[in-house]
Write a protein that binds this ligand. Structure first.
Ligand SMILES: C[S@@+](CC[C@H](N)C(=O)[O-])C[C@H]1O[C@@H](n2cnc3c(N)ncnc32)[C@H](O)[C@@H]1O
Length: 215
């Protein structure tokens, strides 16, 4: 996998980014001890970015597609007002169990609702508007999640999509997932309904907002 920044820079950035609370450090430790693909966790830097996005958009309603062990849901919940809400979608019982254990340890856990079901079914059933939607579940469904997210996002809201650089493999797509992500990026680039930017942070984070002419 292509690293976008050197380990030295990554460590420096981490050292100079706001420290995580103890329960989230423990959550990362437990994720690395007990999950098969612990690197799926978004981590301190991307989590802090999500926290800033929720804060600066004055978000009240957040949708988190792909809970894993609940890190992104927790980072976003911590930037919400006390009556704010995160709906987070997960399909894997083991991941959901760890996530819930740490939601209970968090002062913001009461803002998070985990729905254990295929994310596509969950998001199709939603009718509320969301101020921030984070897409970070199975890559084969990104386009479906995005199209539904565009109907659910508020006029000044942001859709955030993770892993859009896929370890650099979008440059020379070989397998099905490489092609899915590359096709997805092209689809969004050609979508007149939106404006977007890709940030070369971690594995590539895309921010999408509705075009000025449709808000
Ligand atoms: C990359 S991880 C999410 C990481 C999380 N957002 C974080 O910041 O730590 C992707 C998660 O999506 C879940 N997932 C995969 N396919 C799914 C589906 N169809 N519906 C709901 N969740 C799914 C996986 O089980 C996994 O826990």
């Amino acid at each position: 996998m292509l690293s976008l920044v050197s380990d030295q820079i990554e460590n420096y950035v981490q050292k100079n980014t706001t420290k995580l609370p103890v329960h989230l450090i423990e959550l990362i430790e437990e994720t690395y001890k007990s999950c098969n693909s612990p690197q799926m966790i978004s981590g301190q830097i991307e989590g802090s970015l999500l926290q800033f996005i929720v804060w600066t958009t004055n978000a009240k309603n957040v949708l988190d597609i792909g809970t894993f062990t609940g890190f992104s849901a927790q980072m976003m919940a911590s930037a919400l007002p006390d009556d704010g809400k995160v709906i987070t979608c997960e399909i894997n019982t083991k991941h959901a169990k760890i996530a819930k254990k740490y939601f209970d340890k968090s002062p913001h856990g009461h803002k998070i609702e985990l729905i254990l079901s295929p994310a596509i079914d969950t998001i199709k059933s939603l009718s509320d508007q969301f101020d921030v939607i984070f897409i970070d579940a199975d890559k084969s469904s990104y386009k479906d999640y995005y199209d539904i997210a565009l109907n659910l996002i508020s006029d000044r809201g942001l859709i955030v999509i993770d892993n859009v650089l896929w370890g650099g493999k979008v440059l020379n797509p070989i397998d099905k997932t490489d092609h899915n992500i590359n096709n997805f990026n092209t689809y969004v680039s050609n979508d007149k309904r939106v404006e977007q930017v890709i940030l070369p942070i971690r594995d590539g984070v895309m921010l999408v907002k509705k075009s000025a002419n449709i808000t």
